[in-house]
Design a protein around this ligand. Structure first.
Ligand SMILES: [Zn+2]
Ligand SMILES: [Zn+2]
Length: 276
């Protein structure tokens, strides 16, 4: 709760700093309020974790939750997704209503849509309309629909995983790749953040999270002049990038959901430079 209020405060501040992000930050604020509600719906998560398999999974680089092979009851996430669609409906009423109707009639299958976000290259059916604001929101909301459930897993097992030592560049809880990370004030180390489940894990600074490259000459970063709070770590072997937030010079604690949206200009820059 304190977390959410802090995030909402940061959102207001960022909206006045960068008015062109107002619309997206407003959407995020609405989403965070709904998320808080869904966090409280149940203590138990829809995801089962086999306790004694954890050390083996961590050692083998396998995430705790395998969304592909498992069978999960997605009714709560689906309900949450429909509530999130209300946020989109205010902006694109016709498209949102059409999607609700298609889900209701079975033309669209929520579970398949969610699975698609774990493997965008899969052949799973998905309303594929790139460069459309509504569908960008749908993708965001599909990912968000599982967040409260996966957060519970992260809260329950995160410490144990950190102690066992996870050395991969993808999330140990859900397997997704990070888009953003931070340098923590407490130890000055780099941590990667998973938007899908909210988990953060330590990852060596001189190593690419995506291909594991450790050659210092092939790793670089760029910053925006005048704003030392952010940098983009890039790898010239695999041409991928990750945004890194460093708020050590400020009093603020980073909320990486908010930072991810407030740094979309860095994503644009990275694309322009040929990174993905
Ligand atoms: Zn995750
Ligand atoms: Zn790389």
């Amino acid at each position: 709760m304190a977390n959410m209020l802090g995030a909402l405060k940061t959102i207001e501040q960022y909206k006045s700093d960068s008015p062109h992000y107002s619309e997206l930050l407003d959407i995020l604020a609405e989403l965070l309020i709904l998320r808080e509600e869904y966090r409280k719906t149940a203590d138990k998560t829809i995801f089962q974790v086999d306790d004694h398999l954890i050390p083996q999974k961590v050692a083998g680089g396998l995430p705790l939750i395998d969304f592909f092979s498992g069978k999960f009851d997605v009714s709560v996430p689906q309900n949450y997704f429909l509530r999130l669609l209300d946020i989109a409906e205010k902006r694109s009423p016709e498209k949102a209503q059409e999607m609700v109707a298609q889900l209701h009639d079975g033309v669209l299958d929520f579970e398949k849509m969610v699975r698609h976000t774990f493997d965008p290259l899969s052949e799973e059916e998905f309303p594929d309309e790139k460069d459309d604001d509504f569908f960008d929101l749908v993708e965001l909301f599909l990912e968000e629909s599982l967040r409260p459930e996966l957060e519970k897993v992260a809260h329950q097992y995160g410490d144990r995983i950190s102690k066992l030592g996870w050395n991969e560049g993808y999330c140990p809880i859900c397997g997704k790749e990070p888009k953003i990370g931070e340098i923590k004030a407490s130890d000055g180390r780099r941590y990667l953040f998973c938007n899908q489940c909210g988990f953060e894990w330590h990852y060596r600074r001189v190593k690419c999270p995506f291909c594991g490259n450790e050659e210092q000459q092939a790793l670089a970063y760029f910053t925006i002049e005048g704003d030392e709070r952010y940098r983009v770590d890039v790898c010239n072997v695999c041409k991928r990038y990750i945004k890194i937030v460093d708020l050590r010079d400020t009093e603020q604690e980073a909320n990486l959901d908010v930072e991810d949206i407030a740094t979309l200009h860095l994503d644009m820059l990275a694309y322009e430079e040929g990174y993905s």
